[in-house]
Design a protein around this ligand. Structure first.
Ligand SMILES: *Cc1c(COP(=O)(O)O)cnc(C)c1O
Length: 402
């Protein structure tokens, strides 16, 4: 048999954890001449986008849209409530929590990071001890990454709110839902989240370029008490604009808005509860396959307890150099692009080649996930990497609802 025959022609699957697959409907909505930003369709449409984003975030409070990626949304949220000298608490289950705290440090804010490693969820007892030790209530904000995309740990945001309430600690609860919004169940108001940040290119299925910050009245009051806030990041005029263009502090991100409108139409037509259930079923199919592969050989799921696994991204360990070899094989031979490992080992360290991630967020369905898993099975086999049998049967049974 010709082992160099590549089967990569055809529509590829970019199975990295962001940017996610952009639906044709979103691409088509963006393919248009530049619209007038002072009158016409864009004006009314933007108000509907804000309303529907709030529906998806399950909040009746406020939303501000920025022209930026997730890192920009991080800085936007921080800039409205934290000033140099303020203190934050950051429970960390992966690289993204550290990244957010580094952004805060750049703003002159002090962070106490509780590091729970690269594969474990928050230890609520340790968080409780840190909050109790803060009897002067110097922690102004807790930065809570819902799904850490590097480790694929999903943390218990509602549990963190309950802890803050039990201890009577007044810190704002700020959640990063960049990887989870539109994938994992999230309830901003019911869970008592004060500020939430997200971005366009993951569960929202739109190219990178829009950052969104949701905030409630408690957070707005803290913003009002700030001595000053960077003009661009100030969420006040964006959430309550007198003129349409003030939503954006300048020219509107015209084509992204048309794309996001189409993506929100798809999500709302499917139904938010169904979108969550679809992601859960597809994630369970992936875990079922991975658990079978893991029975023999080096493959392991990064997060041991299914209760703390994301429904949008799965981080895997395969040992160096197999992780990189597998990614390269399925890309070259099958047109299937898997995500690199992030934050598990420094780039340049040979161990870096032992990790990879699967993105299964947004516009993904059963046949794509079965193709993804079949592709990995083929790659493991082609590369002679030992693996347990029955992975595809196990995944198909989950997809079939058995
Ligand atoms: C992707 C991601 C980010 C960063 O978003 P960028 O658009 O790459 O800046 C931050 N946090 C989480 C949880 C993410 O998944």
């Amino acid at each position: 048999m010709d082992n160099d025959l590549t089967l990569a022609q055809g529509r590829g699957y970019l199975a990295i954890p962001g940017p996610s697959v952009v639906p044709d409907a979103v691409l088509q909505a963006m393919h248009r001449p530049a619209p007038n930003i002072y009158a016409g369709e864009l004006i009314g449409m933007t108000a509907t986008i804000v309303a529907d984003l709030k529906r998806l975030a399950r909040t009746r409070h406020h939303a501000a849209i920025y022209i930026c990626n997730g890192h920009g949304a991080w800085e936007a949220a921080l800039s409205n409530v934290a000033a140099p000298g303020d203190r934050l608490l950051v429970p960390a289950s992966g690289r993204f929590s550290h990244g957010w705290s580094e952004m805060a440090a750049g703003l002159g804010v002090e962070c106490e990071v509780l590091d729970f490693g690269k594969s474990a969820p928050w230890d609520m007892d340790r968080i409780a001890r840190a909050l109790k030790a803060d009897s002067a209530h110097r922690f102004k904000v807790v930065l809570a990454v819902h799904v850490d995309t590097s480790s694929s740990v999903r943390n218990d945001i509602a549990g963190l709110r309950a802890l803050l309430d039990d201890l009577g600690h007044p810190a704002l609860l700020m959640a990063d839902c960049i990887a989870s919004l539109g994938c994992d169940v999230f309830e901003m108001d019911a869970w008592g989240v004060d500020v939430m940040v997200t971005a366009s290119q993951k569960g929202l299925m739109t190219p990178p370029g829009l950052g969104i910050v949701f905030f409630n009245d408690r957070a707005a009051a803290i913003r009002s008490a700030m001595a000053r806030v960077s003009r661009y990041w100030d969420w006040g005029p964006r959430a309550e604009p007198e003129e349409f263009y003030q939503y954006f502090g300048g020219t509107a991100p015209t084509h992204h808005l048309f794309g996001l409108r189409a993506a929100l139409d798809m999500i709302l037509e499917e139904g938010i509860a169904h979108v969550w259930a679809r992601h859960e079923r597809l994630a369970r199919a992936i875990w079922a396959a991975c658990e079978r592969w893991a029975e023999t050989g080096p493959l392991a799921l990064n997060v041991a307890d299914p209760a703390f696994r994301s429904h949008a991204v799965t981080a895997l360990r395969l040992g160096a150099p197999h992780g990189t070899a597998l990614r390269e094989w399925v890309d070259r031979h099958l047109g299937l692009t898997l995500g690199i490992g992030l934050g598990m080992a420094p780039p340049g360290d040979p161990a870096w080649h032992g990790y990879f991630r699967l993105g299964h967020m947004g516009h993904v369905n059963g046949q794509m996930i079965l193709g993804l898993l079949g592709g990995i099975e083929a790659g493991l086999s082609a590369l002679d990497i030992a693996h347990g049998a029955g992975a595809l049967e196990a995944a198909a049974a989950v997809i079939a609802g058995r």
